[in-house]
Write a protein that binds this ligand. Sequence first.
Ligand SMILES: [Zn+2]
Length: 397
Amino acid sequence: MKASALVLAAAAFWAVTATIVVIFLLGDDTPDCTPAPTTGSGSSVLVADAQPAPGPAVPFGTKVWPVEPGKYVISDVFGARGGTHMGVDLAAPEGTPIYAAMDGVVRESGPASGFGDWIVIDSNDNGAPVGTVYGHMYESGLLVHAGDPVKAGQQIATVGTNGQSTGPHLHFEVYVDGGRLTGGRAIDPVPWLNGASTPSSGGGAPAAPAPVCASTPGGGGDNLQPGKVPPDFEPWYRKAGALCPQISSSLLAAQGRQEGGWSPDGGANVTALSSTGAQGPAQFMPGTWSSWGTPVDDQGNPSGPPGTGDVHKPSDAIMAQGRFMCHIASAIDGWIAEGKVTWSGDRRVLYLAGYNAGEGAVLASGGFPTGHSDYEVQTRPYADNILAMEPEYRALA
Ligand SMILES: [Zn+2]
């Protein structure tokens, strides 16, 4: 592993890696290694939706996925586009059912600037006002009217691509401390949906718990689906994905997407500089870059000493990201073998936690980092969201 030659400047390494930060704080409890459970065929879901089947009473505050898990891919995340994207985009074919995420009352149902047609629902989450917004539907896809009461899991619309939209998807927003039109504050919908029920259950049954992935799906290697990242990034994710068996190019690409260094429309935001000082496509902090950043040759091999590359250049940044991730994976695998870290699930969760929080935090906790709220509100969603996106970058088998 080429990274081994670069571990020389490791003294300050754990300290500085702890300062790597992410721009977006995201989460998703959908594991990438298992198809989401679906109950019944698509058609039975459609039939059941207009009037959800009578089932167990929906507990107060129950949340339901607005699109059935397994029927969408996350095509853009909360906070994207320079912080202006106030929701999550769930890409799904036109006509896919959209469900009310909570019991509530429809506040708006009709045209809205940029949204095509939208639906705004005001809800009450165990005493706290909450709002949900559903966008890009066509008028013909609206199944509820302003003033209608709705139940969690009730179909309210179908997916469209109306308004400022480049393809069929549900744009879904969540507001807390008020609704969308009543002074609420937008939050990342994905962690909010953590533990939500599947709509086909009628909202009464919790979604199946995330199965444990015992292996490392995808493994390492160049498994990148062509055309999924900007052209000047693609060869480097391919080369970096070949550095070690634990870290694939699809994982690195999903991580790059999460870090916000480029956007899926091909716009490479290589000069991204977060408020915390993280830089470039892999969001390296300067201290970490001084240990891991190097210029690279055409093959991606380091061609200079650590700290001398260009953190904004896709080649240098992505190869450093790959070397760093491989180093973390190797260290964590060693700790697991030695019994210092206990983990029976997908090890990529720990590798990503090591990138986000510092591998020392994994070692100190003997597993996923604990003992600081940042690990719950930032590191865990960071890892979960990358693993949720990773299959989207994987070449079709
Ligand atoms: Zn959107």
